[in-house]
Design a protein around this ligand. Structure first.
Ligand SMILES: Cc1ncc(COP(=O)(O)O)c(C=O)c1O
Length: 450
């Protein structure tokens, strides 16, 4: 056989035996899913139903999920949460129009809005309820919750504001598919959202690509399959769909107990981290626990004078693979399929992060250091939009030096992390303020329209 670069890379990574604190939520744990999924990789056959014309076992599997989640309709996606986001936006605004959109947004939503010709009106999450009053012609409010760090938007308040205006609340709940099973229940559907896109594969025992579109508002049920079919592959993976079905059955039986156990274990670990001097957002006495995913572990590396990227490297040295790191934070995804030995390794990693002497032994590649973050200047005012999102995303673009970008139109979101809020969005003018802000965060180039 000739070279197999990807297969080989995966085999080599597996041989490292790192504790997995990243997606997928099954953590490659044999207890998470049946081991015969390869032998179930079938296609649309008379016995196996068809995703976008479901009337047999796929429909029954979706109905079982809908009963568990208490929705009007739950649909399977084998194209990730991205497909659910596309469908959700299409359903809420089939003829285009304005969407009030939290500025913290995944690129799948930006691209979907561009493809659908929607007109986003950007607002910071805390401004969305007021923005709804200012834009009575908006078709929907769209928000991402939880964010990557595990922080939740105030969904009960926002859904009440949306109900008052008669517009749907759409939630990108990519990181919160498990939140039906936490204590308290924090899933946006349970808190009043109209529709949610849930990346089951991120935090549950589902194969990568498996997601649910949850619909709580009867108005969207009829066209939901067509909206999914508009963007979805005609060859959805049966193993992925089977894993969604399996996961739902597992959640029915074990979800509550397993997440209760996980929450307690995570809490213990976070307390230890805090004790060793490593700040954990969401753990302060002043924090509202209903505003944080209790299973997400985000470590503020700056509290021990490290960048998040350096902290991630040190955790790798301790045998832990994190999900994400930026200049300040390192983020770890834990699920019931992490084993106790993973937690023990993470405890060792956390002790190493906090031990300024011991961690000197870890070789750190250059370029991961903390950048001096200009806390004083705050996020600049949102820049003016000069052309539509659709035009900006689809037009020819080029990379230029940031220094030369003032007055040009952005082709891509430019988003320093933290705070994780894009300073410019496609179609917006790069103002001098925006340019200065990005420079202060270490940006040196930016993609603009030609
Ligand atoms: C906030 C958010 N939304 C949507 C997505 C897209 O999800 P998927 O990869 O399941 O398509 C992601 C993926 O990382 C995400 O982080």
């Amino acid at each position: 056989m000739s070279e197999t670069p990807l297969y080989t890379a995966l085999m080599e990574h597996r041989a490292l035996h790192r504790a997995a604190f990243h997606t997928p939520g099954h953590k490659n744990n044999p207890a998470a899913l049946p081991d015969d999924l390869l032998t179930l990789d079938f296609t649309e056959l008379p016995d196996t139903d068809s995703l976008f014309e479901a009337e047999g076992p796929i429909l029954r599997a979706e109905q079982a999920a809908s009963r568990l989640f208490g929705t009007k309709r739950t649909l399977f996606s084998a194209g990730g949460c991205s497909l659910c986001i596309q469908a959700m936006l299409r359903l809420a605004a089939p003829n285009g129009g304005k969407i009030l959109c939290g500025r913290v947004v995944h690129r799948s939503a930006v691209n979907a809005m561009a493809l659908l010709g929607l007109e986003p009106v950007w607002a910071l999450p805390e401004e969305l309820a007021d923005a709804a009053a200012l834009h009575p012609d908006a078709r929907a409010v769209y928000v991402t919750s939880p964010n990557y760090y595990g922080e939740l938007t105030d969904i009960p308040a926002l859904s009440a504001a949306c109900r008052e205006r008669g517009i749907p609340l759409l939630v990108d709940n990519a990181h919160g598919a498990h939140l039906f099973f936490t204590e308290p229940v924090l899933h946006p559907i349970a808190l009043g959202a109209s529709m949610t896109a849930c990346s089951a594969h991120k935090t549950l025992n589902v194969l990568t690509g498996g997601a649910w579109l949850n619909i709580a508002d009867e108005r969207f049920v009829r066209d939901a399959k067509n909206a999914m079919a508009l963007f979805g592959s005609t060859s959805p993976s049966y193993p992925i769909m089977a894993s969604l079905d399996w996961c739902r059955a597992w959640l029915e039986e074990h979800g509550r107990a397993e997440f209760c156990h996980l929450q307690a274990r995570v809490r213990e670990l976070k307390k230890q981290a805090e004790k060793s001097g490593l700040h954990v957002p969401g753990m302060g006495w002043w924090e509202d626990p209903r505003r944080w995913d209790p299973t997400r572990i985000t470590l503020d590396a700056s509290s021990v004078e490290l960048s998040g990227l350096e902290a991630a490297e040190i955790l790798r040295h301790a045998g832990c693979e994190p999900e994400y790191a930026d200049s300040q934070f390192v983020v770890l995804i834990v699920t019931p399929f992490n084993r106790e030995r993973d937690f023990e390794r993470l405890e060792i990693g956390i002790r190493l992060l906090a031990d300024r002497e011991a961690r000197k032994a870890v070789p750190l590649p250059r370029g991961l250091e903390r950048k001096p973050v200009p806390h004083t200047i705050g996020i600049p005012p949102l820049p003016p939009a000069r052309i539509s999102l659709r035009e900006a995303v689809l037009a020819p673009s080029e990379w230029i030096y940031l220094e030369e970008s003032a007055g040009r139109i952005a082709a891509e979101p430019a988003c320093p992390c933290p705070p994780g809020v894009p300073v410019v969005m496609p179609g917006e003018e790069i103002t001098k303020d925006a340019m200065d802000f990005l420079r202060a965060y270490g940006f040196s180039s930016i993609k603009v329209l030609k």
